[in-house]
Design a protein around this ligand. Structure first.
Ligand code: NAP
Length: 358
């Protein structure tokens, strides 16, 4: 990559919101390894499950970790952590697909009001010159069938999710609403610029066992037998958590970085993932071996989990394709082979005892 980067000596501390998270853990690891001072916000700095792994990595890394308490819905709570920071990486946002009754309260309000809260503090904090926002491909598209409206059949950074609502795909809606709000606030001023990282489904080893991220649960379900009877034919874009974290660091310090960057290593189905795992870990694990016909998923899926019939209709069996050229050519992201992502992730799930070793 030949793009100019900000020299190390000129670097001020970097704020990472949602530091306890799955993706944030890797971002902070890379920043500390490169010698940066990281101001890390969590809701509860005393909670070992949230910060234990971060404190441990800071013990041996050249960088410095400082923990701060902040909540997305507590106005002004990010201000103290931001003091003196040049870059703000805003990763905090709930990533849960079930276990709530009010989607607005669980997802949309923290995502949108939280983004506004963080960016209001950025507006007040003169040291900040760049915001790196963790958005998602969920801000690019809502359902797989949205691709039918794209003549090229490939989603790019020019596309926006216009089909999600608080009632249909509320997580996706929370992400597009938050990213739109962020761009609106960025355009209202000139001091700070913004880069968004828009990852597909993120997999790869987790540095924390405390995360609620939906990414981690999928691998556990594939390995513990809950999906033994079969999986829907659902095509996902996937990307390694280490590439997503690296992209945040590149986006923070590459002066030329601007706009949105889709992060996607490839598209595959749940059955493709199961095949990768079976090839490596053998038949003793109850990985699914077949796809469930769409009409059965439509009929019974909603009885077994958070998916709705509308979701099944608009997603199962539809193709999906992303253009990742901006991330490779302009940001400098190098994608590892997809199999490595899932093998490393499943190994971590086994080592952490989330799935019993056989
Ligand atoms: P995660 O492990 O669940 O991390 C989410 C973080 O958000 C947690 O650290 C959590 O902190 C924080 N958070 C949630 N509600 C909060 C609140 N009210 N106040 C302060 N912090 C709050 O999930 P992740 O997968 O790393 O996701 C990180 C970001 O990446 C999110 O913006 C997500 O939308 C985005 N993303 C994820 C994926 C994926 O496949 N994983 C794909 C695309 C985009 P606590 O510890 O305090 O709960």
């Amino acid at each position: 990559m030949s793009s100019p980067t900000i020299p190390h000596g000129a670097i001020t501390p970097v704020l990472v919101t949602g530091a306890s998270g799955y993706i944030a853990g890797w971002i902070i690891k890379y920043l500390l390894e490169e010698g940066y001072t990281v101001h890390a916000t969590v809701r509860d700095p005393a909670k070992q499950a949230s910060v234990g792994h971060l404190l441990k990595m800071a013990e041996t890394a050249p960088g410095t970790l400082k923990l701060f308490k902040a909540d997305l819905l507590d106005q002004g709570s990010f201000r103290a952590a931001m003091e003196g920071c040049g870059v703000v990486m805003h990763t905090a946002s709930p990533f849960v697909l079930d276990g709530f009754t009010d989607a607005n309260e669980a997802l949309v309000r923290p995502a949108v009001e939280g983004t506004r809260n963080v960016l209001n503090s950025v507006n007040e904090c003169p040291s900040v010159h760049r915001v790196v926002l963790t958005s998602s491909v969920a801000a690019v598209y809502g359902d797989n069938e949205d691709i039918l409206a794209v003549p090229s059949g490939v989603f790019t950074e020019d596309h926006w999710n216009t089909t999600s609502t608080v009632d249909h795909n509320p997580y996706q809606y929370s992400k597009v609403a938050a990213e739109r709000e962020a761009w609106k606030m960025q355009k209202e001023q000139q001091r700070w610029d913004m880069v968004t990282i828009n990852p597909a489904m993120v997999y790869g080893p987790s540095l924390t066992s405390g995360s609620q991220s939906a990414s981690i649960d999928t691998l556990v379900q594939l390995g513990d037998g809950r999906l033994r009877t079969g999986v829907p034919k659902l095509v996902l874009g996937v990307v390694d958590v280490r590439e997503v974290a690296r992209a945040h660091v590149l986006a923070a310090f590459n002066i030329a970085a601007k706009g949105r960057y889709i992060l996607n290593a490839g598209e595959l189905t749940m059955l493709d993932i199961a095949k990768i795992l079976r090839q490596k870990y053998g038949k003793s694990y109850p990985f699914p071996t077949m796809e469930v016909p769409k009409f059965i998923v439509w009929a019974f899926g909603p009885l077994m989990g958070p998916i709705t019939r509308d979701f099944v209709k608009r997603n199962v069996g539809h193709p999906l394709k992303f253009d990742n050229r901006r991330s490779r050519d302009l940001l400098g992201v190098t994608y590892r082979p997809i199999a490595e992502t899932f093998i490393d992730h499943f190994q971590q799930v086994l080592d952490d005892g989330l799935v019993k070793k056989r």
